[in-house]
Design a protein around this ligand. Structure first.
Ligand code: PMP
Length: 454
């Protein structure tokens, strides 16, 4: 072991790299993870004093931006009041938050608390299976999901995920998860309107249910729009069609709002753009703006009825120690209060439209295939060739991201297209971003693209 004095002269990046295992990143000797020391608004500062606009809100989650004293204060007060209560009991912030979520959903849902988006989705799958069993539908266990979607890192949520590179080294995962292709409007076949193509994609999902024997299928899970898999925004009829298919075949519809929830798409929840009523809704990230970990599985009241009977073995046999932590619930309530007070959902819609307008000219760039977005969530699809739509090479995409970072802008990368390339640049800044922040984002992107023309 080194002495404290020796440790102090070793750079933080080196100390970090010796002991902290980074999430989902390759080991990089020359370009180690940066050490973030502070944040204010949309900006973060690293241990070398460099400032960056966090164009990804961390991992799509810091919706109200950094440095909110109100959130720290409410957590502090709640920890002194009562630091912990297992959710076999309950507490006031849990009740108030559940009531608030129902108000936002404009319907009656039972709220089950967990810690992360993955947890929330696991809970949704277990509830769907048990619900059907308790209705005598004992063969319904399969869950239909989509390729390119991400639903979490645990064995069930990863099984629902449709991105092979994240999965194949950890297989076999939980069984009973099927995938169908989502609509990718940028790559739709010629000759179909976007609406016709989206209806065709919904029909493919229905065919899968029928071929699998519909009495074996418990649920469909999907995001209102695929976020981490490439910002794939469906036509609203697709989402409505999926709801109708679920109803027609007796399946539950699980909507994953882990990223899309809490204003990210310009409405409280992403599914509200298409007016559907999901059976189960999962939420995390923006729920607390990631100031503390918390997630929710919201389950429609009529589904809960199957679990409400007082007979033995009808209840949901699931518990987690930290889910519904009182301070996390109090932070979530205050976070929602801030978003409402500052009209951040409306701001997200407005800034998102402005961002797309500002970036419009980039569509003429030879390596920009498509720019799409909804609310403050946008994707720039990088291509090698606009006609063939060949995905942008790994080197090209990495260079664009590195050049943005060198100018103080952090953006994301995702996609995993058919060719296995992550060729989509993701933008997901805090909903509280200022007009100047937005200008910085679009100006930096334009500069970087104009310097990278091949
Ligand atoms: N669902 C979606 C749509 C997500 O984007 C994520 C995380 N990026 C998850 C679920 C899993 O959330 P967590 O990382 O909190 O487990």
């Amino acid at each position: 072991m080194e002495s404290l004095e020796t440790k102090k002269i070793v750079p933080l990046e080196k100390r970090n790299q010796r002991v902290v295992w980074p999430h989902i990143s390759p080991y990089r000797e020359k370009n180690p993870p940066m050490i973030v020391e502070s944040g204010e608004g949309s900006w973060i500062e690293d241990s070398n004093g460099n400032r960056y606009l966090d164009g990804m809100s961390g991992l799509w989650c810091v919706n109200v931006g950094y440095g909110r004293e109100e959130l720290a204060k409410v957590a502090y007060d709640q920890m002194l009041q009562i630091a912990y209560t297992p959710m076999t009991q309950s507490h006031i912030p849990a009740i108030e938050l559940a009531e608030k979520i129902n108000e936002m959903l404009d319907d009656d849902y039972m709220i089950f608390y967990s810690n992360s988006g993955s947890d929330a989705n696991e809970v949704a799958f277990k509830i769907a299976r048990q619900y059907h069993q308790q209705h005598g539908d004992v063969n319904r266990y399969k869950v239909v999901s989509r390729y390119r979607a991400y639903h979490g890192s645990s064995m069930g949520a990863l099984a629902a995920t449709g991105q092979a590179l994240r999965k194949y080294k950890y297989e076999p995962l939980s069984s009973g998860f099927l995938h169908v292709a989502p609509p990718d409007n940028y790559r739709k076949p010629e000759g179909l309107t976007v609406e016709q193509y989206n209806i065709q994609k919904a029909k493919e999902l229905e065919d899968t249910i029928i071929w699998e024997q519909k009495e074996t299928v418990a649920a469909v899970i999907m995001e209102p729009l695929i976020t981490g898999g490439g910002i794939l925004i469906p036509h609203h009829t697709y989402v409505q069609e999926i709801e109708r298919i679920c109803r027609r075949h007796g399946l539950l519809l699980i909507i994953d709002e882990v990223i899309c929830g809490f204003g990210r798409t310009g409405k409280a929840f992403g599914h509200q753009h298409s007016g559907i009523k999901p059976d189960i809704i999962t939420m995390a990230k923006g729920l607390t703006s990631a100031y503390l970990p918390l997630s929710i599985t919201a389950v429609r009241k009529d589904i809960y009825e199957a679990f409400k009977k007082e007979e033995e073995n009808c209840h949901f046999r699931h518990v987690n120690t930290f889910g519904g932590n009182p301070a996390a619930c109090a932070v979530a309530l205050k976070n929602i209060e801030i978003m409402e007070r500052e009209a951040l959902f409306e701001r997200s819609a407005k800034l998102g439209r402005r961002l797309l307008d500002d970036l419009e000219e980039l569509k003429n760039h030879p390596n920009v295939g498509d720019i799409r977005g909804l609310g403050l969530l946008a994707g720039i699809e990088v291509v090698e060739d606009k006609v063939t739509k060949e995905p942008g090479s790994s080197e090209r995409v990495s260079k664009l991201i590195a050049d943005c970072k060198a100018r103080g802008l952090i953006i994301g990368r995702n996609g995993e297209t058919v060719a296995g390339q992550s060729n989509i640049l993701a933008l997901c800044p805090p909903l509280s971003s200022t007009d100047e922040d937005m200008e910085f984002i679009s100006e930096t992107l334009k500069e970087v693209f104009h310097e990278n023309i091949s």
